[in-house]
Design a protein around this ligand. Structure first.
Ligand SMILES: C[S@@+](CC[C@H](N)C(=O)[O-])C[C@H]1O[C@@H](n2cnc3c(N)ncnc32)[C@H](O)[C@@H]1O
Length: 304
């Protein structure tokens, strides 16, 4: 495994969940695993990246409190609210699906997702399948081992590059059972894949689990790829920073046509929230000061 191939965005989103759980005034997640799993050298790299962007006088002040600097930079990221809210939204939908009989949970592009580590009571019988790019997954497993976390028998790791291998083929290497009702999450991934790869994955999800299975995924409004999209400064900075670590935004979906397009591949759209609606649902009073990202969406669908 080459550490330079590990998804930088997956490392950053784990740290964001930890910052929210530890430092926001009214956290609605309890996920400190980023503080544990993300090693010091990664944090040091993120801190240095932030310092490099600063004017010299600000840099000197920031270096006096480096941990606070990293927390501040993560909170200021245009994806912060989306990352926090999507984690909570997905686990709320997962809990409801398990109560309705889902017995498998497939996390597509899992990154440093800590659901299996936290093991909430409602998931005590749930088979969990983490599918991720081989380099990122190998790094996560190494960190779990270094942190003394035993791998649960209910958890399967499936290393796959979904740009070159389809999801059903990858799942077929595990105990995944196509006949059992399944909940899929696909968070923070579609924007990094091509439109063709995304629709291939949606078709694959619709075909590899029984009717009534569910999916939660995030996407960006494809208007952001248009020449007349008026991006805020923080959104422009988000696109620049992910492109600088070779995780450029590649594609989105059109919220106006999503329901019809999903229906064509065998999925029924249950809900689609934009960034404002996502924040309003979980931080209605604004206690955490979360700023929505104008292009972010989260969609919840059911296999027909
Ligand atoms: C922004 S991270 C999101 C991680 C996690 N879902 C979260 O919300 O924190 C994107 C994830 O997608 C995975 N990913 C991106 N392209 C992939 C591909 N072609 N095949 C498999 N995984 C991929 C990365 O390895 C990374 O874990």
């Amino acid at each position: 495994m080459n550490p330079s191939e590990v998804s930088r965005t997956a490392l950053a989103t784990a740290l964001m969940r930890a910052v929210h759980s530890r430092a926001d005034p009214a956290p609605f997640l309890d996920d400190h695993w980023g503080d544990r799993l993300i090693p010091d050298f990664v944090r040091a790299g993120f801190r240095q990246g932030a310092l490099d962007q600063m004017a010299p006088d600000l840099r000197a002040r920031a270096m006096a409190a480096p941990e606070a600097l990293l927390d501040r930079v993560l909170r200021a990221n245009a994806a912060y609210a989306d990352v926090i809210v999507r984690a909570r939204y997905t686990e709320d939908a997962l809990r409801a699906a398990v109560e309705q009989g889902a017995s498998q949970y497939v996390i597509v592009g899992a990154g440093f997702d800590s659901f299996a580590c936290r093991g909430p009571e409602f998931a005590s019988q749930l088979n969990i399948y983490e599918v991720d790019h081989p380099a990122t997954q190998a790094f996560k497993r190494k960190r779990l081992s270094e942190c003394g976390v035993a791998e649960s028998g209910l958890l399967s790791f499936i290393a796959a590059d979904l740009a070159t291998e389809d999801l059903p083929t990858a799942l077929a290497r595990s105990s995944f059972d196509k006949a059992r009702r399944t909940f899929f999450s696909w968070l923070g991934v579609t924007v990094y894949l091509t439109r063709e790869a995304n629709w291939a994955t949606l078709r694959a999800i619709a075909s590899c689990a029984p009717s009534g299975s569910e999916l939660v995924f995030t996407y960006v409004d494809d208007a952001v790829f248009g020449a007349d999209f008026a991006a805020t400064a923080s959104f422009r900075e988000l696109r620049r920073s992910v492109a600088s670590v070779k995780e450029s935004f590649l594609s989105g979906f059109n919220p106006k046509t999503l329901a019809a397009e999903l229906s064509d591949v065998g999925l029924q759209l249950l809900e689609d929230l934009d960034g404002n609606q996502m924040v309003a649902r979980y931080d209605r009073a604004g206690a955490n000061g979360l700023q929505s990202n104008e292009a972010a969406h989260i969609a919840h669908a059911r296999i027909l």
